[in-house]
Design a protein around this ligand. Structure first.
Ligand code: PGA
Length: 252
């Protein structure tokens, strides 16, 4: 039985005050609920403050990125060790906004995945096709390429800390989510690829989240699919009520 993971990707939103307030509302709304794993991923600048708010609650803390070195002369970057030092359990890597707007390659994402997992972080690795790729019938080959590139040389004993988020690029921030069938098809394909690479047991235990315009009213039908193990939520994670409704949908 895989636990569902609902993670809020706050992207480059919130202020110090609104980040604390949002985190407080999520903590209060979630209470002692532990049948679903919930994480919030604020911008770097507010991680420490949100860490204070979620401490002692079941809400986990995640970052949205890091640089794949423990420390060093990397001006402007943040290391996975620093993230763990302030209480992060998760980090999102390979998000399509970083791939497409900042030019991150599978090879660079791969370095981050290996480093983060080796140092003990739980990694949410995002993969997903563009609309053009889907319409050209290339969804599977794109996903396969991203998985092979981003997970090259993965040490099998670190697999239990890996989460994959299937995020079709055309569904992110557009209000147009994948249908439950489209999501299920992609998730089953991803799980099959992981089974080929790491074996059936590893694949069965791997949480695969769906991301892309997840809202309270579509979350339940997406998460009812057998291979959809939760959601990576952007826009709807910025309002506590909307985010908590998605958490409740995971329990339905
Ligand atoms: P969205 O973003 O929910 O606003 O579509 C999802 C994401 O980018 O992770």
């Amino acid at each position: 039985m895989r636990m569902k993971l609902i993670a809020g990707n706050w992207k480059m939103f919130t202020t110090a005050a609104s980040a604390r307030q949002l985190a407080r509302a999520v903590v209060q709304g979630l209470g002692k609920e532990e049948r679903v794993e919930v994480a919030v991923c604020p911008p770097f600048t507010y991680l420490s403050q949100v860490a204070e708010v979620v401490r002692g609650s079941p809400v986990a803390l995640g970052a949205q990125n890091f640089y794949p070195e423990k420390e060093g002369a990397f001006t402007g970057e943040v290391s996975p060790v620093m993230l763990q030092d302030i209480g992060c359990k998760y980090a999102i890597l390979g998000h399509s906004e970083r791939r497409h707007k900042l030019g991150e390659t599978d090879a660079f994402v791969n370095r981050k995945v290996l480093t983060g997992l080796r140092l003990g972080l739980h990694i949410i690795l995002c993969v997903g096709e563009t609309l053009e790729e889907r319409e050209a019938g290339r969804t599977s080959s794109v996903l396969q390429g991203q998985l092979e590139g981003s997970l090259a040389n993965l040490e099998p004993d670190t697999l239990p800390r890996l989460v994959i988020a299937y995020e079709p690029v055309w569904a992110i921030g557009t209000g147009r989510n994948a249908t439950p069938d489209q999501a299920q098809e992609a998730h089953a394909f991803i799980r099959g690829q992981i089974a080929k690479k790491f074996g059936e047991f590893g694949a069965r235990s791997l949480p695969i989240q769906y991301g892309g315009s997840v809202k309270a009213d579509n979350a339940a039908s997406l998460m009812r699919q057998p291979d959809v193990d939760g959601a990576l939520v952007g826009g709807a994670s910025l309002k506590a009520d909307d985010f908590l409704a998605i958490v409740r949908a995971a329990l339905a």
